[in-house]
Design a protein around this ligand. Structure first.
Ligand code: URQ
Ligand code: ZN
Ligand code: ZN
Length: 480
């Protein structure tokens, strides 16, 4: 299978340059101007358009069993919708119930993910602690290409872990050369405030946001940064939604601590007013954690991305349809938490990021693909356009516009959080493993074509980072 992408401007995290891209047998084989088309090659005309590394979404939950139901998007429909929007690989989550085997859960998720249309990896959640968990982290890291372990500081009584588990797990991950990512909300505070809201008769979706004020995230972010600092370990905070958490990350980074922050596209553009929608189902559709915030937090998140203090963008694509959300009709704590967005992340970030002058095209590539690839050790196989890299590419039409709607999206959910948003900038063609799988609105994905991508642990470098961050206890001066 040979495909030549001709006449475009290649945009990487480093530069933009007029170049053709030749792909053969799933890999990029040549990048340069005026490339010859081998006999029989399929030609993609990229004239007047940009050729970028396919987007990587480091935070999705396809088919997640959660809060008494299962997310409506599966690995095939979800990765297909991503491809329609220019995202060519995802990192999803294996989430073992507390007390159960991490390796067994990984096997179960691998079975579910066989149907993926695009490449995928897994962060594995540590939801409890024992010697067995420590051993299984080693098995997953050394034998199954897992170099990232997830922790929920929220969801008390379900997935939440305490500081003791964080200390054990982050320390174990450092030994393995793996990185930990964290959902940073103080779960005890949330539980307490939820009961206060219900006692005060607040049962609607507005109670969800009121029970998770910004300090609930700010406190947890500061706490997990301090814990990682004690251990000299890197840490990755998922779905940073507040100025408080963004500031905590920036302060830690300014002191040389290795902290990464992820921003969901929706937290940059949607604010807390959605919870006051007169229509219950509409307000409930926006119930996710962390919740949507007051507008000033959006500016703090954009500033973090523009300044480089926040590194990646994701969607936390975790879809529940109206009948599922209705479980919480009389009690907001029972509304399944989650929203979609994998199909629209790239367009909304281009329109509101590059279109407004906040981001350059290269910075767009950095936050939608390359940074994630580098942090989770997928680079340069993913997130780059160079010979030998996977031929995962998007031909981006920066002039074309579309109006986002549930009526036209490919996501398997009955609501679109960006409904009616008019955006300029879209994926004209998406290439996955060197195949044209999305072209001019025609989605040609194949069930099961996606591969499980092993992500090797970091060896010495991460340890070195650990050493650098570790607060060394001065050795006593030898008395002669
Ligand atoms: O917390 C998460 O990331 C999962 C459970 C998806 N739900 C959500 O509201 N973010
Ligand atoms: Zn989360
Ligand atoms: Zn999530």
């Amino acid at each position: 299978m040979t495909l030549l992408i001709r006449g475009g401007t290649v945009v990487t995290a480093e530069q933009s340059v007029r170049s053709d891209v030749l792909c053969q047998d799933g890999l990029i084989v040549s990048v340069g101007p005026d490339l010859e088309a081998p006999t029989g090659a399929e030609i993609v005309d990229a004239g007047g358009m940009l050729v970028m590394p396919g987007g990587i979404d480091p935070h999705t939950h396809m088919e997640l069993p959660f809060m008494g139901t299962t997310a409506s998007e599966d690995f095939f429909t979800g990765t297909s919708a991503g491809i329609a929007g220019g995202t060519t690989s995802i990192i999803d989550f294996v989430i073992p119930p507390p007390g159960t085997s991490l390796v067994e859960a990984w096997r179960e998720w691998r079975a579910k993910s066989e149907k993926s249309a695009a490449d995928y990896g897994f962060h594995v959640a540590v939801t409890w602690w024992s010697d067995r968990v420590a051993d299984e982290m080693g098995i997953l890291a050394r034998q199954h290409g897992v170099n990232s372990f997830k922790h929920f500081m929220a969801y008390k009584g379900a997935l939440m872990v305490d500081d003791g588990v964080l200390l054990h797990s982050i320390g174990r991950a450092l030994e393995l050369g793996a990185i930990c990512n964290v959902h940073a909300e103080n779960g005890d505070a949330v539980a307490h405030l939820q009961q206060k809201m219900l006692a005060a008769g607040i049962t609607g979706p507005e109670g969800h946001a009121l029970s998770r004020p910004p300090d609930v995230e700010g406190e947890a972010a500061n706490r997990v940064i301090a814990i990682a600092g004690l251990l000299g370990a890197p840490i990755y905070i998922v779905h940073v939604s507040t100025a408080e958490a963004a500031d905590a990350i920036a302060r830690a980074r300014a002191k040389g601590q290795r902290v990464y922050g992820e921003v969901l596209a929706q937290h940059l553009l949607i604010d807390e007013s959605v919870y006051r929608d007169k229509d219950w189902a509409t307000a409930a559709a926006y119930v996710m954690s962390p919740p949507f915030r007051a507008k000033h937090h959006q500016e703090a998140l954009w500033a973090g991305l523009v300044s480089g203090q926040l590194q990646t963008t994701a969607t936390d694509h975790c879809c529940f349809c109206a009948p599922q959300k209705a479980a919480g009709r009389n009690d907001f704590t029972r509304i399944p938490n989650g929203t979609g967005g994998i199909e629209d992340r790239m367009s909304v970030l281009w329109h509101h990021g590059v279109g407004t002058g906040r981001l350059t095209p290269s910075e767009f590539v950095r936050i939608t693909s390359t940074n994630t690839a580098q942090i989770f050790n997928l680079f340069p196989r993913k997130g780059s356009i160079q010979s030998g890299a996977d031929a995962d590419l998007v031909v981006w039409d920066a002039q074309a516009s579309r109006t986002i709607s549930v009526k036209t999206h490919h996501q398997n959910v009955d609501f679109n959080i960006y409904e009616g948003m008019h955006v300029t900038g879209l994926a004209r063609h998406t290439i996955s493993q060197g195949k044209l799988v999305w072209t001019d609105g025609d989605l040609r994905t194949t069930r099961g074509a996606g591969r499980y991508i092993e992500r090797p642990c970091f060896a010495a470098p991460l340890q070195a980072i650990g050493e650098r961050n570790r607060r060394t206890v001065p050795t006593p001066v030898e008395r002669d």
